[in-house]
Design a protein around this ligand. Structure first.
Ligand SMILES: Nc1ncnc2c1ncn2[C@@H]1O[C@H](COP(=O)(O)OP(=O)(O)OP(=O)(O)O)[C@@H](O)[C@H]1O
Length: 257
């Protein structure tokens, strides 16, 4: 065992046509660590999350989860322990909140598509009560609104909170959150923060992408600043906020706000 990194992304590069979205980017997330990923619009933050979860295919680079190579379709990576949310929440709007959360619980239980198929036939009823209990507990802890509500009726903040709750019921080794606070109300933000802290307390890891730099730096243990597809600074939140690179990237000046 080389180190205690849960997630290691090394030398990730990706271009879309003529746009170099990521160039030789490396990040690592340790056990019980929240890694904040900041950078201006178009810096490559979502692209990096997509490379890790397999929602886009990288041009170059390697990924490891708990020291083991990570590849395959997003569903395979989810079963290996990657939980995520999306910049635009991806919930089944025609289902209730509870049904959406149960999808997360089932994804965690079935370690392969074959087992999932078999499980639906053989042990669906046996595990249903267990999963319902887990879902209801997470919902209560995070303050997820009415579980019987149709997801289409939720506000953006409530959808974000529900998506984070869905990721949490999978008990992810690493949870990747793409702008979870954008447009969210105070109550939803509180629940999302609770979820992040729970993952950390379990000794698992979080990659947190958000434009709310105050909130992000108050939660993160370490911050990586991306600009134009490259890592331009990495350090503690205080070091990052004080860095010349941060001033340049966000305010176009060197050394002063
Ligand atoms: N599917 C795609 N096709 C073409 N270009 C893309 C695609 N996805 C991202 N890009 C480009 O790659 C670059 C990085 O985009 P990305 O969305 O990763 O940035 P970001 O840091 O997440 O930005 P934001 O904060 O606005 O979400 C941008 O120039 C973007 O236009």
């Amino acid at each position: 065992m080389q180190n205690d990194a849960l997630l290691e992304a090394t030398g990730i590069s990706k271009s879309y046509g003529g746009i170099q979205a990521l160039q030789d980017v490396s990040i690592r997330v340790g056990a019980g660590e929240i890694l904040g990923l900041v950078g201006p619009n178009g810096a490559g933050k979502t692209t990096l999350v997509d490379m890790i979860t397999g929602h886009q295919i990288m041009d170059r680079g390697t990924l490891k989860l708990r020291g083991e190579p990570l590849s395959g379709l997003p569903a395979v990576r989810a079963r290996r322990g990657l939980g995520r949310t999306f910049q635009h929440p991806q919930l089944a709007l025609e289902l209730t909140v509870e049904e959406n959360l149960l999808v997360g619980a089932a994804a965690y239980r079935f370690k392969s598509a074959w087992r999932m198929a078999l499980g639906v036939i053989t042990d669906g009823i046996m595990h249903r009560k267990q999963e319902l209990d887990a879902v209801r507990e997470v919902a209560r802890e995070l303050g997820v609104p009415d579980l019987n509500e149709l997801t289409a009726n939720l506000s953006l903040g409530e959808q974000r909170l529900t998506e984070v709750a869905r990721a949490l019921v999978q008990n992810p080794t690493v949870m990747l959150l793409d702008e979870p606070f954008a447009g969210a109300d105070a109550h939803s933000i509180e629940g999302i923060v609770e979820a992040i802290q729970k993952v950390r307390a379990r000794g698992h890891g979080v990659v947190l992408v958000d434009h709310n730099v105050d909130l992000l730096t108050s939660l993160a243990d370490r911050v990586v600043l991306l600009a134009q597809g490259k890592v331009v600074f990495e350090g503690t939140p205080a070091q990052c906020l004080a860095s010349e690179e941060m001033q340049q990237v966000y305010f176009g000046v060197g050394g002063e706000a």
